[in-house]
Ligand binder design. Structure first.
Ligand SMILES: NC(=O)c1ccc[n+]([C@@H]2O[C@H](COP(=O)([O-])OP(=O)(O)OC[C@H]3O[C@@H](n4cnc5c(N)ncnc54)[C@H](OP(=O)(O)O)[C@@H]3O)[C@@H](O)[C@H]2O)c1
Length: 239
């Protein structure tokens, strides 16, 4: 299915990361104006280079997505300059695991909540009022299979992702009938450079590529998904 995003303004939080980069490029490819948040200037320059002729439609803002006032300012400036914010995708997140709950540094617990839960809260608080004004918008939050699959050694990570799913479910209920839709995608293992380095003996062919997950996110952001609201979609590939 061909999905056009011409005329749409899309914010991809973490848009230079392993998954975020694929998402940013997919929306640029379909004609969207894409604003990414990033932390590392080199990653942003690499995204610009990969964007090719679509680079003119790409903007970047170095920002901490856990910082509510920074996200308020960013979304205010997007709406001020472009007159609209159609789609927000949160690809910021982090993983920590391998230790039993009582062995874990409490700072790790806080970091998981910040990256995997607080980012979605802060972005939604900043973006929803602007979307409600136009009675239109789509929010896609990236959680993880671990939100439902609660394994040993993953207490903080799984709890933060499960809470993110619960929060998006509640937000979807809050937004029923407003024209603003909210959905979650649940990756298992993504075929990123980081994962290839961490698991060199794995069968990479079984892992979905960022571009494949980006196509699901494109669909969820599009009018073709007008009936999909409050869903949590597995994007596991064959893993
Ligand atoms: N990779 C997987 O196999 C997998 C599996 C299940 C779920 N997920 C989820 O999918 C999402 C994307 O994962 P990924 O593999 O693409 O991760 P990633 O490569 O680490 O990308 C995340 C991006 O967010 C940025 N970021 C981190 N903290 C930030 C903050 N406070 N403010 C702004 N930006 C921040 C990172 O910047 P830095 O590079 O500077 O840290 C990075 O660019 C995450 O929610 C992750 O939990 C991934």
């Amino acid at each position: 299915m061909k999905i056009s995003c011409t005329g749409k303004t899309v914010l991809v939080a973490g848009g230079t990361g392993g998954l975020g980069r694929g998402v940013s490029l997919a929306f640029l490819e379909e004609g969207a104006k894409v604003i990414v948040t990033y932390r590392n200037e080199t990653e942003f320059q690499a995204l610009k280079a990969a964007a090719g002729v679509q680079v003119a439609a790409l903007e970047g803002m170095q920002a901490d997505v856990t910082d509510a006032s920074a996200m308020d300012a960013l979304i205010g400036s997007i709406v001020g300059r472009h007159g609209r914010l159609d789609v927000v995708i949160n690809t910021v997140g982090g993983y920590a695991g391998g230790l039993k709950l009582w062995e874990m540094d409490p700072d790790v617990f806080e970091r998981m909540l910040d990256l995997n839960l607080r980012t979605g809260f802060v972005l939604a608080q900043a973006a929803v009022p602007a979307m409600l004004k136009r009675a239109n918008g789509a929010i896609i939050n990236v959680a993880a299979k671990a939100a439902f699959d609660h394994a040993a050694g993953a207490s903080a990570y799984a709890a933060s992702k499960a809470a993110a799913v619960a929060m998006m479910d509640c937000l979807a209920a809050d937004l029923k009938g407003t024209g603003v839709r909210v959905n979650t995608v649940l990756p298992s293992i993504i075929d990123t450079q980081t994962n290839r380095k961490a698991m060199p003996d794995a069968n990479f062919a079984k892992w979905p590529k960022p571009e494949e997950i980006a196509q699901v996110i494109l669909f969820l952001a599009s009018d073709a998904a007008s009936a999909v609201h409050g869903a949590s979609l597995p994007v596991y590939g064959e893993s």
